[in-house]
Write a protein that binds this ligand. Structure first.
Ligand code: NAP
Length: 301
């Protein structure tokens, strides 16, 4: 439980509602900053401002998945007023207050480091990335179906990268009957791809694996689908780049060759905001319970 724990939320989108609900179920005291247009009410939660008296008693501060901009702006779909998280705010937080966010830009990282505040970037965690790969893969499959005129069953599919997303994608597409080839660079990953009953190839051999490709999914956040690779693809290939911006595909050249290529960031929040919110809610509340237990143990010594 989070009884007696003071948590504030600053801004966010539909995903944050799931985190607020979970904190409310666990009996936390909740301050909602930048939620003036939120209609629903949650037990233990009240709307608040970025004021000294709210910040001074916090155990945890929860920012949106995207954290802040490089200027400190916090996006909130529940507010019509801009919210800027500044030096004057962070310095009011107690020493042991932990700041949770999905990801942090340099602005937030530097602010936390200057004020010796613990910053937890949830999307960097392996468990969150693996849970998030589920809605990501569903979104990727949806986009592949929308952008091709063949079934995934029987299609020649190339997946680049066997990380958290690549692994889930390879397994799902294979279960749907696609002919799946996966490119990786580590011997252990190549062995795993083989063990999964799929066709492995080393990334430096990519050019030999695209000439009959119907759909290519990239999960590698580096420029790997270069003009040389695209030049070897059939015209009907659909390229879906799942890697974080700017992706790993030469989109300019794909366009020039008439090959359809799309970058698809943020799929969990688009195709399954509720699930994406529940994933964050489960992990962040578990971390807060551990944090609170540690604080209590520390204060009882
Ligand atoms: P991950 O577990 O780190 O996997 C990344 C993969 O890329 C690994 O297999 C890694 O192999 C490979 N890789 C990295 N640099 C490489 C290089 N220079 N050459 C060859 N292989 C390289 O990441 P993930 O969680 O699967 O996420 C993959 C990407 O998708 C990230 O950019 C992430 O931000 C993004 N993402 C997007 C969505 C969306 O909605 N579109 C959702 C979730 C994640 P090694 O182990 O050999 O380095």
């Amino acid at each position: 439980m989070l009884t007696g724990v003071n948590v504030a939320f600053i801004g966010g989108d539909a995903r944050q509602i799931e985190v607020i609900k979970k904190c409310s179920e666990l009996d936390a005291n909740i301050s909602l900053i930048g939620f003036n247009q939120l209609q629903s009410e949650y037990a233990g939660a009240s709307k608040a401002s970025l004021s000294e008296d709210v910040l001074q008693r916090l155990d945890a501060l929860i920012l949106p998945i995207v954290g802040t901009s490089e200027e400190g702006k916090v996006e909130s779909i529940f507010s019509d007023k801009p919210i800027i998280f500044r030096e004057e705010h962070i310095k009011n937080l107690p020493d042991d207050c932990v700041i949770y966010t999905g990801m942090a830009k340099n602005y937030l990282k530097e602010l936390c480091s200057r004020h010796a505040k613990k910053l937890v970037q949830l999307l960097e965690r392996d468990d969150v990335a693996i849970y998030n790969s589920i809605p990501t893969v569903e979104g990727a499959i949806m986009m592949a179906i929308q952008n091709t005129d063949v079934t995934l069953h029987g299609a020649n599919v190339v997946i680049l990268g066997l990380g958290r997303v690549g692994m889930s994608l390879a397994r799902s597409l294979s279960a749907m009957g696609a002919h799946v080839r996966v490119g990786a660079r580590k011997p252990a990953d190549l062995a795993r791809i083989y063990e999964m009953g799929l066709v492995p190839f080393h990334m430096n051999q990519l050019r030999y694996h695209v000439d009959d490709c119907d759909i290519l999914f990239n999960t590698i956040p580096k420029m790997v689908v270069t003009s040389h690779i695209i030049a070897k693809m059939p015209h009907h290939t659909f390229i879906l780049d799942l890697a974080s911006k700017p992706g790993g595909v030469d989109f300019r050249f794909a366009d020039k060759r008439g090959i359809k290529a799309k970058l698809a960031p943020g799929l969990p929040g688009i195709v399954a905001p509720k699930t994406a919110g529940v994933i964050i809610a489960n992990v962040v509340t578990q971390l807060m319970m551990e944090q609170f237990e540690e604080n209590q143990e520390g204060s009882s010594i």
